[in-house]
Design a protein around this ligand. Structure first.
Ligand code: ZN
Length: 150
């Protein structure tokens, strides 16, 4: 890829960064995770309310760079209301988008999240894009330890 980002990538990320969706603490969450991406300084808390194997609600708080914040925002939009299995499928697909082979046609569950193919080739940015998702995944597994990445 080149060092240019597409307008779609830039606009989408700026929009979610300036106006993050589901950015709030949650009363009554039954899964919670926190993390600190020390390389970049991103710090997030992720709140999940699971009901009948479905993500009834998901939100986040904290502060992060544009890529990390936009990814967290889009994550909550995408996963809210999904079954646990459905959410894990999206998680897997997003990880493949970031770390796997280049084949945008394959990514059917990601929607707007596909813009993060723009960070491929930039390992530090990939960590930012993956950050909230790894907190989410750890929280589902009931991992009580904060996630640290560097
Ligand atoms: Zn970051």
């Amino acid at each position: 890829m080149t060092h240019d980002v597409t307008d779609l990538y830039r606009n989408s990320i700026v929009d979610h960064y300036k106006n993050p969706r589901n950015y709030r603490e949650m009363e009554g969450s039954n899964r919670k995770g926190e993390g600190n991406n020390t390389l970049c300084g991103d710090r997030f808390n992720v709140f999940i309310r699971l009901e009948d194997n479905r993500i009834a609600d998901i939100s986040f708080t904290g502060s992060g760079c544009a890529v990390a914040t936009a990814s967290a925002s889009m994550m909550t939009e995408n996963l809210k209301g999904k079954t646990l299995d459905g959410a894990l499928s999206v998680y897997s697909e997003f990880m493949e988008l970031l770390y796997g082979e280049t084949n945008p046609e394959k990514y059917r569950l990601l929607g707007e999240l596909s813009v993060f193919s723009g960070v491929r080739g930039y390992p530090a940015r990939i960590k930012c894009a993956a950050f909230a998702w790894k907190i989410f995944h750890g929280a589902l597994e009931g991992n009580p330890q904060p996630l640290y990445t560097e």
